[in-house]
Design a protein around this ligand. Structure first.
Ligand code: ADP
Ligand code: ADP
Ligand code: MG
Length: 666
């Protein structure tokens, strides 16, 4: 087996590869840019090599630097992770030329399958069912319009070298093509250094289902069943699962056979993924093949018991696959939630900053019957920078059934505490609680359908209102007890009757017992709820307890008069008031939100690519005001109303902060 392996990547996937290498007794070398000098991967590696500046094109994407680092450290092999150089055939070839083993498929398979246009040509020849479209490069906007009109709207404009949902745009009409084609081309050039574009039919409301394949250098290929990745925003996956609730055994076998045939046709000799879009009727069309390890590979590992990184290393070393198709079985169900530094309340835009608090749930088998795995590359105090993907971690749960895995995920998300930047945990929790997700009838439109006006959190259920009421009362009791013990002369009896307001809803409560075991009587409803506090003391942002025996975790933040309590996707201001102050409270006027409709604010920190309006210009609703770039993604900022431009505060090339005023209308 290899003695030393270099990881040409960063973040959670670098950590993931180190873990397998340690188990196999292989020494690791991690390369890092300026931005990652103190990263967890650098801390865990046996050796490290600094390879340049933070921008990826000056570090992680420079093949020569990676090869030089291998030579310098004597690493015999390179694992490229995903993204970066993982699907560059020239890099795999350059490694081979230098006598370094590339842990991935042979360069021929990468160039045949690693490029969308090439792979479609190939798949078509191999008899795989493809999305209808024009399998070839588009020259310019006029050509794009011609092809789109031949295919018929809606169409999808795609970067041939694309990945990670970047370099993709749907066009519903000619205007969308005129605007979208140059934008996708620019995004592709920036993100992949390759601006070849193609166009295919946009399949409406499909499901994304992909087959994991695994091959060796002796002509064997098997598939490790499917993953469903239909929960996407911006064509990028956020929640994945294995197996898929759509497939029956026959469809699974048919998709698996096509994927294996395609892989065999290019002598595929590593881990790879054949992606399909599927209709609700179980028809399916080939999308692309990813000739690398996939972000969501953990769900496959959880249902098959295999370590895919280990399998890739063994294949690269020349070992034969140790099993055949008939030896493989699906065991249970696994879900992955990608925890992103992004603000679900603001159209999921990236949100960078420091992980002031980072406390993931406990990993391993849980008493409630589910297993937790959290793949992360960060620690508390680390920074999520604007240079790379804003992924914080991948939280997975496994259980014998789909619903048990979903319930486990809901609980694991409750137990995940992050502060310091925008993050999507409340959103992920909302999905776990939705009947539609639980039913398994999903599509890639799920987020658009279910959160048409964006995510605004959800109203607490009556059960959640009970939790918030009891937690608010318990915390108030602890603070009151503390005040009594520190303030001499307070001799009046402890008040037991309170009004608890959860948002606008006020209820009378009668308390007895202590915070550890608090009995909360709701006299107007004729019932009593019992709260056991498992873990909380003043100042702690997380409150763990049991309500009527059911375990929960909520996040608590002190507010001027009470607490803001968040349970999953529901958040409310909770006030514990005396009957007298509750009366006064009812008389207070509500605060009015400031009118910001005259202002165009920067929705995220980033760089202004272009400012498209000038002083005095009459702008109509929907017109482009400017283009911003952050985390390799271009965002078109449009006017939300008609108006005349009164001030322009930024120009192309300016860095801007979130909420900075870019343009003001009169
Ligand atoms: P999948 O593997 O399911 O296709 P994506 O396509 O969403 O997942 O993600 C792959 C993308 O991840 C790459 O194209 C790249 O943009 C991004 N990426 C590359 N390296 C890293 C990394 N170390 N951490 C997170 N994301 C990365
Ligand atoms: P990437 O390399 O970024 O993963 P893909 O080609 O796999 O690009 O597309 C990403 C996602 O976009 C898919 O998972 C799917 O949801 C959606 N998508 C891609 N092509 C189509 C299509 N022709 N019709 C409908 N949805 C599509
Ligand atoms: Mg894809």
């Amino acid at each position: 087996m290899f003695k030393k392996l270099l990881i040409a990547n960063r973040g959670e996937i670098a950590v993931r590869v180190i873990k397998t290498c340690r188990r196999l007794g292989i020494k690791t070398v991690v390369v890092y840019s300026d931005a990652d000098a103190d990263s967890l991967a650098v801390e865990m590696a046996d050796e490290t090599v600094h390879i340049g500046l933070a921008p990826a094109n000056q570090s992680y994407l420079v093949a020569d630097k990676i090869i030089a680092a291998c030579k310098q450290t004597g690493a015999e092999a390179v694992h490229p992770g995903f993204g970066f150089l993982s699907e560059k055939a020239e890099f795999a070839q350059a490694c081979a030329d230098e006598g370094i083993v590339f842990i991935g498929p042979n360069p021929g398979a990468i160039s045949a399958m690693g490029d969308k246009i090439e792979s479609k040509k190939f798949a078509q020849k191999a008899g795989v069912s493809c999305v209808p479209g024009h399998i070839g490069e588009i020259d310019d906007t006029a050509h794009a319009i011609k092809i789109s009109e031949e295919i018929g709207y809606p169409v999808m404009i795609k970067a041939s070298a694309g990945g990670g949902g970047k370099g993709i745009r749907v066009a519903w009409n000619r205007k969308d093509v005129e605007e979208g084609f140059p934008a996708v081309r620019a995004e592709a050039a920036g993100a992949f250094g390759d601006d070849r574009i193609f166009i295919e039919k946009f399949i409406e409301s499909p499901r994304h289902i992909e087959i994991q394949v695994l091959g060796d250098k002796h002509g064997h290929v098997v598939h490790l069943f499917e993953r469903e990745c239909s929960i996407q925003r911006r064509n990028q996956k956020v929640i994945e699962e294995a197996p898929s609730p759509l497939l029956d055994a026959a469809t699974r076998a048919a998709m698996g056979a096509q994927a294996v045939a395609l892989a065999q046709a290019v002598n595929y000799d590593s881990a790879g993924t054949v992606e399909f879009v599927a209709g609700q009727d179980k028809s399916f069309y080939f999308l692309e093949m990813n000739t690398r390890l996939q972000v969501e590979h953990p769900v496959t590992e959880l249902i098959t018991g295999l370590d895919l990184v280990e399998q890739m290393i063994r294949s690269a070393w020349g070992e034969k696959l140790a099993f055949e198709q008939k030896d493989l079985k699906i065991n249970g169900w696994a879900i992955e939630s990608r925890i992103y530094a992004e603000d679900p309340y603001r159209k999921f835009l990236p949100s960078i900053g420091r992980l002031v608090r980072y406390a993931p749930p406990e990993e391993g088998e849980q008493p409630a019957g589910y297993t937790v795995r959290n793949d992360a590359g960060v620690r508390e105090g680390d920074e999520i920078s604007m240079y790379y993907d804003p992924m914080i971690s991948k939280l997975c749960t496994w259980a014998p059934t789909r619903l048990a895995a979903i319930d486990g995920m809901g609980r694991a998300l409750e137990d995940f505490h992050i502060e310091g930047l925008g993050q999507n945990i409340p959103f992920l929790a909302a999905v776990m609680d939705q009947e539609r997700y639980r039913s398994g009838v999903i599509s890639t439109n799920y987020i658009k359908d279910e959160f048409a006006d964006g995510f605004k959190g959800v109203a607490p259920t009556s059960e959640q209102i009970d939790v918030m009421t009891a937690v608010g009362a318990a915390m108030q009791r602890v603070y009151a007890a503390r005040a009594r013990s520190t303030q001499a002369g307070l001799t009046n009896p402890v008040r037991t009757e309170w009004i608890v307001a959860v948002g606008h809803a006020k209820r009378r409560v009668k308390l007895s017992g202590e915070a550890e075991h608090l009995s909360v009587e709701l006299p107007d409803e004729g019932r009593t709820i019992i709260l056991e506090t498992i873990d909380w003391r003043p100042g702690k942002p997380v409150f763990k307890g049991k309500l009527d025996g059911k375990a929960f975790t909520v996040q608590v933040t002190p507010a001027p008069e009470g607490f803001v309590i968040r349970h999953r996707a529901a958040k409310a201001l909770v006030l514990v008031l005396t009957p007298r102050s509750a009366e006064l409270h009812d008389k207070l006027p509500e605060k009015q939100a400031a009118d910001t409709s005259r202002l165009v604010l920067s929705p995220m920190p980033g760089l202004v690519v272009s400012m498209d309006v000038v002083l005095g210009q009459q702008v109509r609703e929907g017109e482009v005001v400017c283009v911003l770039e952050a985390m390799k993604m271009q965002n078109i900022i449009r006017a939300e109303r008609d108006g005349v431009v009164k001030a322009v505060n930024a120009k192309g090339g300016d860095p801007v902060a979130a909420d900075e005023v870019l343009v003001e209308f009169a």
